[in-house]
Design a protein around this ligand. Sequence first.
Ligand code: TRP
Length: 334
Amino acid sequence: MTKKPTVLSGIRPTGYLHLGNYFGAVRNFVRMQEDFNCFFFIADLHSLTTHPTPENLQNGVKQVLAEYLACGIDPEKATIYIQSDVPEVTELYTILNMNAYLGELERTTSFKDKARQQPDNVNAGLLTYPVLMAADIIIHKANFVPVGKDQEQNLEMARKFAKRFNRMYKKKVFPIPQPYTFDGKDMIKVPGLDGSGKMGKSEGNAINLYEDPKSIRKKVMRAVTDSGPTEMNQEKPEPIQNLFTLMEIVSEPQTVAHFNELYNTCQIRYGDMKKQLAEDIIAYTSPIRDRIIDILKNDTYLAHVAKTGAEKARESASKTLAEVKNVVGFKRLF
Ligand code: TRP
């Protein structure tokens, strides 16, 4: 039997997972756990860069863990763990920091963005964020990292640090991690409800998996539209196309066809379309929400998943770290 390639991805515990996270990432994690050796973790150390309160951090970690499980990530198939439970990661991070240069770290787009967003908190952790992320990835010798566009540069840095280490010590310790993109039809970009762009945590245009039906209806009914088409078969402006795209994701094809027909014949009433869309989103999310609620009540189960995940992750991480320590010269002569 050939060894399955290793896949790794992580999420910062800074809020609820939304439809964009689900269709863009987590649903694909669920599919990948069948064919790959998967590690999915919660990046709690990374989230310290924005100084959450201890309560927020604790709640955030519990929430994401429950959400991963509710979405179908199976702890029997994939290794699910919390980053801070695996101290080998921070040890590797310290070693990698010695070969990460100030200039390249300062030039990273995500660093520059964050420095602009939080000028009073431009901390060293923010600067070396890509180094910690590289450590996350290469500590398990991951081959593939499924991430969105916003993480491409960080992944590029991870590749650079892995190559640099291999070159410096003249040994192929780390495989070079590749971005993993899903083939065309699985590549779903979920738009937001504010008329333009994609759904995002910080954009305030998101529908969370955990959202209650009342709130989903309210958000969808408030979504940006226009005064309606004036010509037959008119091209759809972005806010309208976005509603149709959401509908294509959650509704039956006949429903989409029905509203398309109404749009193309200038008979559409956006209110009706939104009502239908809201109900179809609710039908999709409510079983997931019910599972999240159940799992959140079960601390014993959550603790068990976190503990067994940490054990599996540490087993894999400590092998790599031992190899790294030997290679860099921590192997004693006495
Ligand atoms: N930086 C990622 C994000 O903000 C989270 C993350 C941390 C990550 N370490 C990772 C993603 C390793 C993939 C692999 O979404």
